[in-house]
Design a protein around this ligand. Structure first.
Ligand SMILES: [Zn+2]
Length: 333
């Protein structure tokens, strides 16, 4: 199998720096290309941006708890139920998780799954492997129910907006499931990968070693070479094209890695994240992607700029190899 190339090129930006008495200053920027999707990314000098601003989550939790539809006293009366032909009980329960239809229909079949109705506040460091696994198992049941009832809705994904910086409109932490007859842009890109490409990518990362975090139980974690957002972590999941095909031990392995990754984000100062677990139906292509999100600095700037939104090219001051170095101890068995 031919080895993939990690395409990277370093550029020097030159200016007269007012912070150094207008001395001539050279700074390095690296442009990289993702070996899977072809997306490019810019790695900026460290500390180009102010660090994430931590918010008082206790205060935000107190302000949003009253009237929260996902808390125990309201979840039964205020969240939707599936039609009986999809799920006779109306809502899916697994561990502490509860899953129900999303009132906002992003797809033909959309689901919301709260990690636990009792946990209105769930900081990243408290997203334990068992809470995450319970929620993923609820999503697996949802995927299986949709596949049985409506096989045309075969493009499944599990996603997350965790707290407001990542786009969540409800404070109470949850995942979202989606099943639709057409792929999203990224699912289409994954479907267009030549056979064996994902495996070749993993082999190349293994041979390079600089971004590899851990491999266990058919789940391989790494820091993305060309990240799509701050501190992107990825898991390549073996033997399936969708969550609904995964055996429980593999879901538990995925949950352990996810909890470890979120702990790393917490230590980096982040409180929010986006997640997508998506693949290609009928093929062994399944990928989990995780990016940290934040309101950054005193100005509470968003971490998504023109480069991310309109050029599809993330700019980050967190070098992937540095992220891997920081994350590796958390992924140690
Ligand atoms: Zn709540």
């Amino acid at each position: 199998m031919s080895r993939l190339a990690f395409e990277r090129e370093t550029f020097t930006a030159e200016l007269l720096d007012p912070r150094r008495g207008f001395e001539r200053t050279r700074m390095q920027v690296e442009a990289r290309r993702d070996p899977l999707t072809g997306h490019s990314a810019r790695i900026l000098p460290p500390e180009s941006f102010p660090p994430p601003a931590r918010h008082d989550l206790e205060r935000l939790a107190a302000a949003t708890r009253e009237g929260c539809p996902f808390c125990p006293e309201r979840i039964d009366g205020e969240t939707p139920r599936f039609p009986p032909e999809l799920w006779p009980e109306g809502r899916i329960a697994a561990g502490e998780a509860v899953l129900f239809p999303n009132l906002v229909p992003y797809a033909k079949w959309s689901a919301v799954s709260v990690y636990s109705p009792r946990r209105h506040l769930l900081p990243l460091a408290e997203l334990t492997p068992s809470l995450v696994a319970g929620n993923l198992l609820a999503q697996r049941e949802f995927g299986r129910a949709v596949r049985a009832h409506d096989p045309a809705a075969r493009w499944l994904s599990v996603n997350a907006n965790h707290l407001a910086p990542s786009g969540s409109s409800i404070f109470h932490p949850h995942l979202q499931g989606s099943a639709h007859p057409q792929p999203t842009t990224m699912q289409r890109l994954l479907a267009e990968l030549p056979p064996g490409r994902l495996r070749a990518y993993l082999e190349a990362e293994r041979a390079d070693g600089a971004r590899l975090l851990a491999s266990a139980d058919g789940v391989h974690w790494l820091a993305a070479f060309a990240p799509l957002g701050p501190a992107e972590l990825r898991a390549v999941v073996e033997g399936a094209g969708s969550l609904h095909e995964l055996p429980e031990p593999r879901i538990e392995a995925l949950a352990r890695g996810l909890a470890a990754g979120l702990g790393v984000y917490d230590r980096l100062g982040f409180q929010s994240f986006n997640l997508a677990l998506y693949g290609v139906p009928g093929r062994e292509v399944l990928l989990l992607r995780l990016v940290a999100r934040a309101y950054v600095g005193a100005a509470e700037r968003s971490d998504a700029m023109w480069s991310e939104r309109l050029h599809w090219e993330a700019a980050t001051d967190l070098a992937p190899e540095r992220v891997a170095e920081l994350a590796r101890p958390a992924f140690a068995p």
